[in-house]
Design a protein around this ligand. Structure first.
Ligand code: G3I
Length: 356
């Protein structure tokens, strides 16, 4: 009886959700280079989509005007191809993690030259190999105004169209995404929709919106998330959750989202679970993931991919942001690469109920 039950249970996330959406994870250098057997076994067993957490960002892939470094990005693509995974490129145009030489650019023409060379070279190199590109990342502020990035300051909002048009030409097969955090929330969502409508009306190709999904178990707004899925899909776009994680830690200044420019001093109050996560919080995390996945499943016809921003809790940017040196527990796998209660709650949504 036990073995029959075991057989009826689905063996992995990617298997459980295969008729709904891709299930992805973000890879660091140690994963791309297959340094940790346990981590890599888990990646291959559970996920069918990957995003490079850092190695296609301009600071890494294009460190100087005339120098590109494709080593880890190439290895990332090889890894994905070898394992027949969905490959998400991240990201062509982002105000953060820019190489120093870009910060020194003073004229619109030079910036256009950078964007053209960068997108042609990077998107061109991987043309036909990636399933999607996050073409522009985080161009809009939480209040709905354009972020005053170097791109906006020198080129105005036209930089967005320019980036999408260059990407469409350099890699005609990749699905082109606009990716942001908090873009499920009303003000930012409204501005994003306006921006996308303009882009489409001008004849540009855009295929999807990435909702990053850096959320907290203490302030998850399910209605905003559901409204955003419906409204973005109504534009004729695919929706993906591109960087999902749920922090369980207190949020200094009640900080929302993922503006990487902020940081805070560490303190025991800010790092309440340095050894292990109490059962009650583990249960809340599991409930929140279950609520989220119920919405994802309800709208699976509009959603292409759910990507977690990391493999297991030891490998999460949330251990270092917005407070350095904390112990966070935002993902479905613990520091020993074992599935957590949250994993079970998500899998239970799909497990065939034994008919005994
Ligand atoms: O590789 C260097 C290492 O050589 C050096 O010793 C160390 C010292 O600080 O820094 C290492 O680089 C860090 C890198 O992560 C790799 O760990 C950078 O300082 C650090 O800024 C970088 O943080 C990344 C952050 O984006 C900024 O690029 C996070 O890993 C990454 O998870 C995070 O991801 C972003 C998404 O791309 C966009 N959406 C928000 C999301 C979270 O901020």
């Amino acid at each position: 009886m036990q073995s029959l039950l075991a057989q009826q249970r689905l063996s992995s996330l990617k298997e459980a959700f295969k008729s709904d959406f891709f299930i992805g994870t973000a890879l660091g250098a140690e994963h791309i280079l297959e340094k940790n057997t346990k981590a890599n076994e888990l990646i291959i067993r559970e996920f069918n989509a990957i995003t490079p957490e850092n190695h296609m960002k301009s600071v890494n892939i294009h460190p100087e005007w005339n120098r590109y470094d494709f080593f880890l990005a190439d290895k990332f693509v090889e890894f994905g191809q070898k394992n027949k995974m969905y490959l998400a490129g991240h990201t062509l145009v982002w105000h953060s993690q820019l190489p120093n030489f870009v910060h020194k650019i003073k004229s619109a023409d030079s910036l256009k030259l950078f964007l053209t060379d960068h997108i042609n070279t990077v998107a061109g190199r991987y043309a036909g190999k990636l399933n999607s590109w996050d073409v522009v990342n985080e161009a809009i502020e939480d209040d709905g105004t354009f972020r005053k990035s170097i791109f906006y300051n020198l080129l105005g909002e036209d930089f967005i169209k320019m980036a999408f048009d260059l990407a469409a030409k350099a890699d005609p097969k990749a699905e082109l995404y606009y990716n942001d955090y908090n873009n499920e929330q009303p003000a930012k969502r409204k501005a994003t929709i306006e921006m996308i409508k303009k882009l489409k009306a001008s004849g540009s190709k855009i295929d999807g919106v990435g909702i990053q999904g850096h959320w907290s178990i203490n302030s998850l707004k399910l209605k905003d998330i559901e409204d955003a899925i419906v409204e973005y899909a109504a534009l004729g776009l695919r929706v993906s959750f591109t960087e999902l994680d749920l922090t369980v830690l207190p949020n200094p200044w009640d900080l929302k989202g993922a503006d990487v420019n902020q940081n805070f001093e560490n303190s025991p109050k800010m790092n309440p679970y340095p050894k292990e996560l109490p059962d009650s919080v583990q249960t809340t995390l599991a409930q929140k993931y279950e609520e989220l996945f119920k919405i994802f499943l309800k709208h699976q016809d509009k959603i292409d991919r759910i990507t977690f921003w990391g493999v297991a809790d030891n490998h999460s940017w949330l251990n270092g942001w917005p407070v350095r040196g904390r112990t966070n527990y935002p993902l479905l796998f613990d520091r020993n690469f074992e599935p957590k209660k949250a994993y079970t709650s998500v899998m239970n949504l799909k497990n065939t109920k034994p008919n005994l």
